[in-house]
Design a protein around this ligand. Structure first.
Ligand code: SAM
Length: 291
């Protein structure tokens, strides 16, 4: 099954670029991986084994897709750039367990795709080297879609990975950390140098591993209110929680009422949002939503 030489090398990548006259589109976040060891590490972090199904976003020339096809049962990849079709047909010709869907993943309904391509009850993981210009929208799209996915393992911009996995009292902790950690357990690992890509991106990269939770870690009465409250609390990071809340709820609650609700939640209004745990946000949201 495996070829003489992996796709993910500088020489193979250059060979296909020349053969097909392909030019990278920066606007599509096209930075292709040229280091097989990094790809193998991504697979290890994702826990890819021969019995599982994998969804990939953005196969590019197939560098990661090839490694996934070798290690997993089936791979279904979404690629927005139709120009890559002849290249992928060539690079992945030796593998019969890959389907590429030429579609913008943000406009795709993944649920029927999972039903159609994978066995019933099969563990399905998402593994990708994501286009950096849409990392957060893609991850949020995947988290909110209520998909039968086991985990998401993605190479993304290091700063974004750190924000998604950050814990309270850390400068990277914010509404994005809480949104991601409401649905998953988040861990960052493997810092990847720019030299592992062609062309080299302007930013550093890291691998983020998200394992879906069976249940959210906290009980919230109204999810959309909870997320609104979290965003409002972080709207001006340097301001106190009290000031951010008074400003956000100015049409609903006066200052005394906010103070009373904070007291009821046993949270000092002098604190800054970055010190609050997800449990404290949930408790505060459940108290505020009552009226
Ligand atoms: N997986 C390849 C690799 O590791 O070498 C390429 C990764 S490259 C960082 C990102 C890929 O995502 C590109 O092939 C790009 O065309 C594709 N892409 C960008 N936006 C997309 C979208 N909205 N939906 C699907 N694919 C997209």
């Amino acid at each position: 099954m495996s070829r003489e030489k992996a796709i993910a090398t500088p020489s193979k990548t250059k060979e296909y670029l020349t053969k097909y006259g392909f030019s990278f589109k920066k606007s599509l976040g096209q930075n292709f991986l040229i280091d097989v060891n990094i790809l193998k590490n991504i697979l290890k972090i994702a826990g890819v084994t021969k019995d599982i199904g994998v969804i990939e976003i953005g196969p590019g020339m197939g560098a990661l897709t090839e490694q996934l096809a070798i290690a997993a049962d089936r791979v279904v990849a979404f690629e927005i750039d139709q120009r890559l079709e002849p290249i992928l047909q060539d690079t992945l010709a030796d593998y019969d367990n890959i389907s590429v869907i030429f579609q913008d993943v943000l406009k795709s309904d993944l649920y029927p795709v999972i039903q159609e391509h994978f066995k019933q009850g099969q563990t399905v993981k998402l593994v990708a080297n994501l286009p950096y210009y849409v990392t957060t929208p893609i991850i949020m799209h995947l988290l909110m879609a209520d998909l039968p996915l086991d985990s998401i393992t993605v190479m993304i911009q290091k700063e974004v990975a750190e924000r998604m996995a950050a814990q309270p009292n850390n400068k990277n902790y914010g509404s994005l950390s809480i949104a991601v950690q409401y649905y998953t357990e988040a861990v960052t690992s493997l810092n990847v140098p720019k030299t592992a890509f062609m062309p080299q991106p302007n930013v550093d990269s890291a691998v983020l591993h998200l394992t879906f939770r069976k249940e959210p870690p906290v009980y919230v009465k109204d999810e959309s209110f909870f997320f609104d409250l979290v965003r409002a609390s972080f709207s001006q990071r340097r301001k106190t929680l009290r000031n951010n809340l008074v400003h956000y709820f100015k049409d609903q609650y006066d200052k005394e009422m906010i103070e009373g609700k904070l007291k009821q939640a046993e949270i000092s209004g002098d604190r800054r949002a970055e010190t609050l745990s997800i449990e404290e946000f949930a408790n505060l949201a459940n108290i505020l939503v009552q009226n």
